[in-house]
Design a protein around this ligand. Structure first.
Ligand SMILES: *[C@@H]1O[C@H](CO)[C@@H](O)[C@H](O)[C@H]1NC(C)=O
Ligand SMILES: *[C@@H]1O[C@H](CO)[C@@H](O)[C@H](O)[C@H]1NC(C)=O
Ligand SMILES: *[C@@H]1O[C@H](CO)[C@@H](O)[C@H](O)[C@H]1NC(C)=O
Ligand SMILES: *[C@@H]1O[C@H](CO)[C@@H](O)[C@H](O)[C@H]1NC(C)=O
Ligand SMILES: *[C@@H]1O[C@H](CO)[C@@H](O)[C@H](O)[C@H]1NC(C)=O
Ligand SMILES: *[C@@H]1O[C@H](CO)[C@@H](O)[C@H](O)[C@H]1NC(C)=O
Ligand SMILES: *[C@@H]1O[C@H](CO)[C@@H](O)[C@H](O)[C@H]1NC(C)=O
Ligand SMILES: *[C@@H]1O[C@H](CO)[C@@H](O)[C@H](O)[C@H]1NC(C)=O
Length: 309
């Protein structure tokens, strides 16, 4: 007897193309909420658009507010002004030369969201735009050149000036380049391209923001985490990370690729579908996974057709 077996296999293609939110109504600090989400789901919620805002407000139709994944971490939430990813080789976005004797970055004044190079070439986190923080800056130009501008500007104005006249504020990829910028700075305190910005807990680069007007205000200089406010249609406020709130997690769905397979099998006796599952599909699936497909791959029987006896 011959059987023709039609199989359909679901092969995951890439992760996190889609997501489902979960509301956890147990007040926790932001870090506790993050641990909970990572243990039980994928991570704290990342939002990509207003549909996501609506999904959250419908899930947690509560009063008060709940944590999401956007936060500002003094040690890690740093980005370079040059965003072109091909500018950076492996590991080159994470080169740092913080001043160690002052334990930088220390967020000393609470709002030190930009970075200056000190006269000895080490880095200090520094306010971006206060009267005393207007300093010189070093731009990055064509052919890997570094140019000092001694006009004293805020970090944003320095960035705009470099983008208008050269390529960008100096974004430093390794110690060789740090030395070049140090040389260009010529003993001045200068802004470089590094700045601190709120990042998503799962590392997503979603640029979607839904701040309530006047937010984030970092009042008391200690509001580094983000909450969805139910009384403000799901708009966001910045909050003290050590306060406790309910929170939103998400779980990622994997995208599936669907592949149809046709298999002809010769057998002596007639097989039931259960026997086909056990004797043919299971070993076949093990073989696929053994050959490198993800272990979330599934195979199911679509149709069995007897072609000969
Ligand atoms: C995962 O969720 C359970 C309740 O569903 C909770 O008891 C447990 O503490 C959570 N895990 C973490 C690490 O928070
Ligand atoms: C991005 O960086 C690469 C390498 O430095 C460069 O060749 C390319 O022109 C840059 N692209 C843009 C759009 O600036
Ligand atoms: C850090 O900064 C202090 C004060 O500006 C300076 O004395 C020291 O040499 C700097 N360098 C390092 C490596 O900490
Ligand atoms: C950059 O380097 C190339 C090759 O050395 C040279 O032809 C070009 O003139 C340089 N551009 C500038 C603006 O210096
Ligand atoms: C320095 O920056 C100022 C302000 O943008 C600009 O007018 C000036 O041309 C710059 N100088 C150089 C040498 O780039
Ligand atoms: C520093 O980075 C530049 C640009 O990627 C590269 O050409 C140079 O070789 C690097 N130097 C070191 C010491 O890694
Ligand atoms: C807010 O955060 C600070 C530390 O950043 C902490 O000392 C303080 O107790 C927190 N306030 C509340 C109300 O939790
Ligand atoms: C699937 O693979 C992951 C990582 O390789 C492993 O942790 C997990 O236990 C596997 N699950 C099954 C059901 O084999």
């Amino acid at each position: 007897m011959f059987l023709v077996i039609l199989l359909f296999g679901f092969f995951p293609l890439s992760s996190a193309l889609s997501h489902q939110y979960h509301f956890v109504n147990e007040p926790k600090t932001w870090s506790e909420a993050q641990s909970y989400c990572r243990a039980n789901y994928t991570d704290l919620a990342t939002l990509y658009n207003t549909d996501d805002v609506n999904a959250l407000t419908q899930l947690g139709s509560q009063t008060g507010s709940a944590w999401i994944g956007l936060h500002d971490d003094v040690q890690n939430s740093w980005r370079w002004s040059i965003t072109n990813s091909s500018f950076y080789g492996p590991g080159e976005t994470t080169y740092r030369n913080w001043n160690s004797s002052q334990a930088e970055p220390n967020n000393f004044r609470g709002k030190e969201l930009c970075v200056e190079m000190l006269p000895d070439g080490t880095w200090n986190d520094f306010p971006c735009d206060t009267v005393f923080s207007y300093i010189s800056f070093v731009c990055y130009g064509v052919n890997d050149t570094y140019v000092l501008n001694t006009t004293k500007l805020s970090w944003n104005d320095a960035q705009a000036s470099c983008r208008a006249n050269y390529i960008d504020l100096a974004s430093i990829r390794n110690s060789t380049e740090n030395q070049k910028v140090h040389d260009a700075a010529n003993g001045n305190r200068v802004y470089i391209g590094l700045y601190r910005t709120r990042l998503w807990s799962d590392g997503s680069d979603s640029s979607f923001r839904n701040w309530k007007s006047g937010q984030p205000d970092n009042s008391n200089y200690n509001q580094h985490c983000t909450a969805v406010s139910f009384s403000d249609s799901g708009q966001w406020t910045d909050e003290n990370c050590s306060t406790t709130r309910p929170f939103f997690c998400y779980s990622a769905f994997e995208a599936v690729g669907l592949v149809g397979l046709r298999m002809a099998i010769q057998t002596k006796t007639e097989l039931t579908e259960a026997e086909i599952e056990e004797m043919i599909l299971k070993p076949f699936l093990e073989e696929l996974i053994g050959n490198g497909l993800p272990n979330s791959t599934t195979v199911r029987l679509r149709r069995v057709h007897r072609i000969n006896t």
